[in-house]
Ligand binder design. Structure first.
Ligand SMILES: NC(=O)c1ccc[n+]([C@@H]2O[C@H](COP(=O)([O-])OP(=O)(O)OC[C@H]3O[C@@H](n4cnc5c(N)ncnc54)[C@H](OP(=O)(O)O)[C@@H]3O)[C@@H](O)[C@H]2O)c1
Length: 353
């Protein structure tokens, strides 16, 4: 176990940095050393000065050339994750890369190959997956806390009113399904610990071609079905429900994307003295259990996971196989929406790595 803190460099001045910078600074074994901006040296210097970041670079390549940077955080538009993650790997930097990791499974393979060849860690910054709420609920569901899962449904929406936002541009990997839908898709695959066998999607495209709203369904090998809705055209909403043979679960903040907000998971199970009623539809006595997460910051856990991987040789919490599975599912959903047909997916040959 190394005692020297790992030194971070930010690749871009993206808005999401505002959540990750405090997490890096709050990590005892991390140091935020540099930021790079393709907007040039002045933009980088201004950004660095405002946030007391010691070094500023006017290009991403210049930051990669700094031998004192151990790990880079890539917060670029989705379509730029592949080229810059590959360049970072070639420069020998460990990489925490924003979600979704890429836009095709083939791109994930190229990123994984570059990371492996250069001996660096590559992990997806899908903060929800590092949050104890997700990890603990995944275990509870696997233990059968609501019996067999029949359905998971979830939605993630907000009203996008920012002209020129990267989310409107298909060339940058825009679209509500990639930006917001990627969370419920990841949540559902995580809860079921499986990849879907078949998906169907429908989209409402915007003027530029990226979807503004997307509705998707997935069928899993265990027989569970899932449904999600993502949108840039609706009031802000984020929730998820699981319906099982022995109970239900409701999450009020499933994607745990708010810092400083308490999230709750309500688990309802049918009681022991179950009476079925004439049609098996009698109101069942329910036992309620609430899991509460107060002041838990998923970004903190995401940063600490990278630190543990780099300094202690820990296993990544989000494997590249899981990131690949999410991207492959999103890719299939988009193909379904485009071609107006259900799309079947290949099942992974081994367990999820
Ligand atoms: N984990 C989460 O909670 C979360 C939340 C929001 C977003 N995200 C993800 O984070 C990434 C960034 O999202 P964001 O909304 O924070 O981005 P943003 O504010 O729009 O910033 C993107 C940055 O990328 C750089 N960039 C390089 N080439 C660009 C180009 N051709 N067009 C636009 N920007 C370009 C720019 O920085 P420079 O000019 O300084 O290089 C720009 O500031 C996305 O992958 C998104 O999915 C994650």
């Amino acid at each position: 176990m190394s005692s020297r803190p790992i030194r971070w460099g930010l690749i871009s001045t993206a808005r999401i940095n505002e959540r990750v910078i405090p997490a890096i600074r709050g990590s005892a074994r991390s140091e935020l050393l540099a930021v790079a901006s393709q907007g040039g040296p002045e933009k980088a210097a201004r950004y660095a000065a405002e946030r007391s970041i010691p070094r500023a670079y006017g290009s991403y390549e210049a930051l990669f050339a700094d031998p004192e940077i151990d790990v880079v955080y890539i917060s670029l538009p989705n379509a730029l994750h592949l080229p810059w993650a590959v360049k970072a790997a070639e420069a020998g930097k460990h990489i925490l890369c924003e979600k979704p990791l890429a836009l095709t499974a083939g791109e994930v393979d190229r990123m994984a190959e570059a990371a492996s060849r250069n001996g660096v860690i590559l992990q997806e910054a899908v903060m929800m997956r590092y949050h104890p709420q997700t990890i603990q609920l995944q275990e509870r569901v696997a233990e059968g806390c609501i019996g067999d899962v029949r359905l998971i449904r979830g939605l993630f929406t907000f009203t996008l009113v920012r002209p020129g936002d990267i989310r409107f541009d298909p060339a940058l990997g825009g679209g509500s399904v990639w930006d917001l839908g990627s969370y419920p898709v990841s949540f559902m695959r995580t809860m079921l610990r499986a990849e879907p066998v078949e998906v169907q999607g429908w989209q409402i495209p915007g003027e530029g071609g990226a979807d503004l709203s997307f509705s998707g369904q997935m069928r899993f090998p265990c027989g569970a079905l899932t449904q999600f809705f993502s949108s840039f055209q609706a009031v802000p909403q984020a929730n998820a429900d699981l319906i099982g043979s022995r109970g239900t679960i409701h999450l009020d903040l499933p994607y745990v994307n708010k810092v400083g907000v308490t999230s709750r998971v309500r688990i309802y199970r049918v009681g022991e003295n179950r009476s079925s009623g004439t049609f098996g539809d009698a109101a069942l006595p329910l036992e309620e259990e609430t899991l509460t997460y107060e002041d838990v910051n998923g970004y903190h856990h995401e940063v600490e996971s990278m630190v543990a991987c780099v300094l202690d040789g820990a296993e990544p919490i989000v494997s590249l196989a899981e990131s690949r599975g999410n991207v492959a599912t999103l890719e299939a959903l988009c193909a379904s929406a485009r071609e107006d047909r259900p799309v079947r997916l290949e099942q992974p040959t081994q367990g999820k790595g």
